[in-house]
Design a protein around this ligand. Structure first.
Ligand code: BDR
Ligand code: CA
Length: 321
């Protein structure tokens, strides 16, 4: 069994990814940690608790950061995910479950020490919780098995940003945290817009999820309508980008992607704040701001059909109709 901590800001595509994770074989969800992002920390924590309830995930939900390491959060993107961050359905998300008594960063530190070399952290929100865990206890670095991040954009296939010309939301929401996380010597893979915007789940497939995915599939279909509307209006798509679920797909079947290695830095401020820049290891000379930083992996290509089939097959397996 692969032990996973899922760091998330639910969020419509986060909800889709959490269901994907829950339905994946050989995965043990040790905990869910919430982050500000698609909503305030109150909203995303409530949503994480609600989704765990709905999907039958018993693991604790540890409440995370309410804002970035520096600067302020900005308003949550209600036009993308809805005012409640889960598509503003007529019945709002509600739960009696309560958060874990540890903060997200403390929870991560404790779990890593309890299961050394065994934990995969899949982080699909701002990197703040991970950076705080790192600051709290740097000795966790060699003890984490793997970190898979949905975030960043490297301009490959023309994908360079979604909240600014060169800025992806999860990195732009806390550039300093991201730069600290990528600079630590743990194995990080970034699943960025370069691949997530190459993978489009059609409206028809979302409807099929509703048909064949049981109660959870119907719920995903219902909340996804808001997200589909956003993609139609903003991108002219009859479908939606597959962001957070691509990080789960990478964990399950990395051969769906190709990767490139090299140190990654994040532009800390100014008009390009949050831009992610990698110097590939194949360069003869690694320039100074990247030198002496660990090589990390970024995804450069994806096979969208395989990814979408994996998602559909996993989420619809053995669901009550
Ligand atoms: C990322 O930003 C959030 O809005 C999504 O949930 C995803 O994690 C995409 O840029
Ligand atoms: Ca997210």
């Amino acid at each position: 069994m692969r032990k996973v901590i899922f760091d998330t800001d639910p969020g419509i595509d986060d909800a889709m990814a959490l269901l994907f994770l829950k339905k994946s074989p050989n995965v043990e969800i040790l905990g869910v940690t919430s982050s500000f992002g698609n909503g305030t920390i109150e909203t995303t924590t409530r949503n994480a608790l609600f989704l765990c309830d709905m999907f039958g995930i018993d693991a604790p939900v540890a409440k995370g950061a309410s804002g970035p390491l520096a600067g302020d959060t900005g308003a949550p993107p209600a036009h993308v995910h809805g005012g409640d961050a889960l598509g503003d359905l007529p019945t709002p998300p509600d739960t009696r479950r309560t958060p874990h008594d540890q903060t997200a960063d403390a929870f991560i530190v404790e779990m890593v020490h309890r299961h050394p070399h065994q934990i995969t952290i899949v982080a699909v929100a701002r990197m703040t919780n991970l950076a705080l865990a790192l600051r709290r206890d740097p000795s966790i670095v060699p003890l984490v098995k793997e970190i898979i991040i949905m975030g960043g954009a490297f301009g490959i296939h023309g994908h360079s940003g979604n909240v600014g010309p060169v800025t992806e939301a999860n990195i732009g929401g806390d550039p300093l945290a991201a730069d600290e996380v990528f600079g630590a010597a743990w194995p990080v893979t970034l699943v960025g817009l370069d691949v997530t915007q190459e993978t489009i789940m059609s409206t028809a497939m979302v409807e099929q999820l509703g048909e064949h995915g049981g109660i959870e599939g119907k719920y995903i279909r219902d909340i996804a309508r808001f997200y589909l509307d956003f993609h139609r209006d903003r991108e002219g798509l009859d479908g939606m980008f597959v962001h957070d679920s691509s990080a789960i797909a990478y964990m399950l079947e990395p051969t769906i992607f190709t990767t490139r290695r090299g140190p990654v830095r994040v532009v800390p401020g100014g008009i390009a704040a949050g831009q992610t820049i990698q110097v590939p290891d194949t360069r003869k000379v690694i320039p100074e701001p990247w030198a002496n930083r660990p090589s990390q992996s970024i995804c450069t290509t994806v096979r969208p059909k395989r990814l979408l089939e994996l998602y559909f097959r996993t989420v619809t397996a053995q669901s009550a109709q």
